[in-house]
Design a protein around this ligand. Structure first.
Ligand code: PLP
Length: 429
């Protein structure tokens, strides 16, 4: 067994091939020690939306580093945090007027859950202290987050004895473009869960439209709208986890926009800083924020991470938003979407492949779902031989490229994804 000092996540360091040493990156590509260049089809798992070493983002960090690297927001504040809070209120769905910063997607979700519980306590409903989330959900790896992830998925099942008990509504099954009638069963299933448990539920958590780690399971904007209506009917807060869907991934700046819905609380991370620094924002409406305003100091929100509102992270997030708007990223995403649709969704050979169960595309992301995970064994090495970095997960072969990925690069990625299935069909002959 090797004596590794660096402990990698979700990995058997002594049996798996050693992790590849990345020495730099530019655009949608990174370079390995020894000079091999790989096109990153996953943009570092949803976050490096501008690709690597974007000059404006790098310059923003360097400039901020000369001024103020960190100060804790306990009785102190600073311009980058204030400006970023203003900017996020401007770009997120109308009504999300208050921003609480933290440092990762998981912690942003922890903040959302604690905010929801404290809101219920301070509005006289302390019995509403559990969460409801959806099967196939992934909200992070901290204890609070593990407790609201799909309990059958297996990633966190060994911790089940340690985790608090929450409620899980069935994962929606109707596709993105389903008409309202086709979504009715999903909506009624959610209604039944809320009817049964609303008296003890503080908040319904969902990744709107697209369950990212849950195999890119998509749902319709009708479902998201119905969730809003049901939460109002049953007096439950609605929390959107836009950690993966936020900042353009679904084709709009936020997935919530497809449904025209404002949640009570919304969580952003990953693309918030373009992936350049760890950061998260939990946004809340006036209704939620109002429950924390009181003469009683005990009504203050009981959370305060050391690194919340880090100036470097806030500054790079501001630059990331500016680049997103000035360089018309939504147009770039539309171009990537057209290629993904044409090359994957509309490829009849791929869809007819005996091992492929489904192909789904939304915005700048796509997944090939296979019938058996065994079929993807070896795909990563295959892609690497063709200059592409893919990261299969369970029965899913994803791509979520950086938005700076060129049309040629996008086709290269889809060619390699399809090439794997062509090769398997050849071998089976
Ligand atoms: N929520 C969603 C939807 C995610 O996809 C992730 C990470 O993949 C998280 C939360 C957790 O974010 P982090 O890994 O930054 O803690």
């Amino acid at each position: 067994m090797t004596a590794a000092t660096l402990w990698h996540p979700y990995a058997q360091m002594h049996t798996q091939p050693p992790a590849l040493n990345v020495i730099g990156g530019k655009g949608a590509r990174f370079t390995l020690e020894g000079g091999e260049s790989l096109l990153d089809a996953t943009c570092s798992w949803w976050c490096m939306i501008h690709g690597y070493s974007h000059p404006r983002l790098v310059a923003a960090i360097k400039d901020q580093a000369d001024t103020l690297c960190h100060v804790m927001l306990g009785g102190l504040t600073h311009e980058p945090a204030k400006q970023l809070a203003d900017a996020l209120v401007r770009v997120t769905p109308a009504g999300l007027n208050h921003v609480f910063f933290s440092d990762s997607g998981s912690v942003g979700m922890e903040v959302a859950m604690k905010m929801a519980v404290q809101y219920q306590v301070q509005t006289g409903q302390p019995e509403k202290h559990r969460m409801m989330s959806l099967m196939r959900a992934y909200h992070g790896d901290t204890s609070g987050c593990m407790a609201v992830c799909d309990p059958e998925e297996g990633m966190h099942s060994l911790f089940s004895g340690y985790l608090p008990r929450h409620h899980f509504a069935p994962a929606p099954t109707a596709p993105f473009d389903a008409p309202r009638a086709a979504v009715e069963d999903d909506i009624q299933a959610l209604r039944r869960m809320l009817e049964a448990h609303h008296h003890e539920v503080a908040a319904l958590l969902m990744e709107p439209l697209l369950q990212a780690a849950g195999g890119l399971n998509m749902t319709s904007p009708h479902y998201v709208r119905a969730a809003r209506e049901l939460c109002d009917e049953f007096d439950v807060l609605l929390v959107f986890d836009e950690v993966a869907t936020g900042f353009g991934r679904t084709g709009k700046l936020f997935a919530a926009e497809h449904a025209g819905v404002t949640p009570d609380i919304m969580v952003l991370s990953k693309g918030l800083t373009g992936g350049y620094l760890g950061h998260a924002a939990t946004l809340a409406t006036d209704k939620v924020y109002g429950a924390f305003l009181s003469e009683d100091p005990g009504h203050a929100f009981m959370h305060g991470p050391t690194f919340m509102g880090n100036p470097l992270a806030c500054r790079v997030a501001l630059e990331s938003l500016a680049v997103f708007e000035e360089e018309r990223y939504l147009d770039k995403i539309a171009t990537l979407n057209a290629i993904l649709r044409q090359e994957l969704l509309e490829d009849s050979d791929l869809r007819a492949h005996s091992e492929v169960d489904d192909v789904r595309v939304l915005g700048a992301t796509a997944v090939i779902e296979v019938k058996d995970a065994v079929c993807l064994k070896g795909v990563q090495a295959f892609a690497r031989r063709h200059g592409v970095w893919l990261r299969p997960f369970g029965r899913w072969l994803y791509t979520m490229p950086a938005y700076v990925t060129t049309a040629d690069e996008m086709r290269r990625i889809t060619d390699v994804m399809k090439g794997w299935f062509r090769e398997r069909a050849e071998q089976a002959k």
